[in-house]
Design a protein around this ligand. Structure first.
Ligand code: FE2
Ligand code: FE2
Length: 224
């Protein structure tokens, strides 16, 4: 605990870039103000150092998916899993990545033009995903639950092909971002915000691939 208090923000973020999200949450500047110790930075930001340490200790990148037998699950149970794991992740992370992307594009766009394009593409992706998730949570997923209760319940399956098209569109945006970012390889001169942006984008896209896979290949094939 005490050891972490006396380390600088820059050291902590450099060692594990995923911690950038924790500092962002508490409005602690990990980019230009990284030279301060954790304790000093928390005092300056007027936040409880122990709360930050607790979040740092519990901070784990969300790129790993546990091995679960999704295929054996009922469609309605799968919808709950998708909402609680993937939709929650998307909702919690769009804003923070959008902020990182905007900051990097503003500061570095003049010499790294791809950062401007990445920020624009991510903003579009975020808007589309919000509307898409809303459609799943208010139209298709409740219909799947109704069907589980009443086998005679008939719902319009047309929405499935609309959702599949939207997945394809999101996938095309994701491919462009991956290409522009050189597969999330940061340049040598990248600051911590730049590193945090590519780390979070990589994590977000891995989560999205798993999310779309669960819907297209498992959930939709159960209900078609
Ligand atoms: Fe979804
Ligand atoms: Fe979806």
């Amino acid at each position: 605990m005490n050891e972490l208090k006396n380390r600088t923000i820059a050291e902590i973020v450099s060692e594990d870039i995923s911690t950038a999200s924790v500092f962002k949450k508490y409005h602690i500047d990990f980019c230009c103000g990284g030279g301060k110790t954790l304790e000093n930075a928390c005092n300056k930001a007027n936040v409880n150092v122990n709360a930050v340490i607790n979040d740092l200790i519990n901070n784990k990148p969300k790129t790993q998916t546990p091995i679960l037998n999704f295929k054996d699950w009922s469609a309605e149970f799968l919808t709950d899993y998708i909402v609680n794991v993937h939709h929650t992740y998307v909702k919690e992370n769009i804003e923070i990545i959008h902020e990182f992307a905007t900051k990097v594009a503003t500061v570095h766009g003049h010499h790294a033009t791809e950062t401007i394009e990445i920020a624009e593409l991510f903003s579009k992706l975020g808007d589309e995903l919000f509307a898409h998730i809303e459609k799943e949570e208010t139209i298709l997923f409740p219909a799947i639950k109704m069907k589980a209760i009443n086998q005679n319940y008939i719902y319009d399956k047309e929405v499935i092909s609309i959702l599949e098209d939207e997945h394809e569109h999101a996938g095309a945006i994701v491919k462009k971002i991956t290409l522009l970012s050189n597969n999330f390889e940061t340049p040598d001169w990248a600051c911590n915000t730049f590193k945090a942006l590519y780390f979070k984008l990589d994590e977000f896209i891995n989560d999205l691939y798993q999310h779309i896979h669960l819907e297209n290949n498992i959930l939709f094939s159960k209900i078609k």
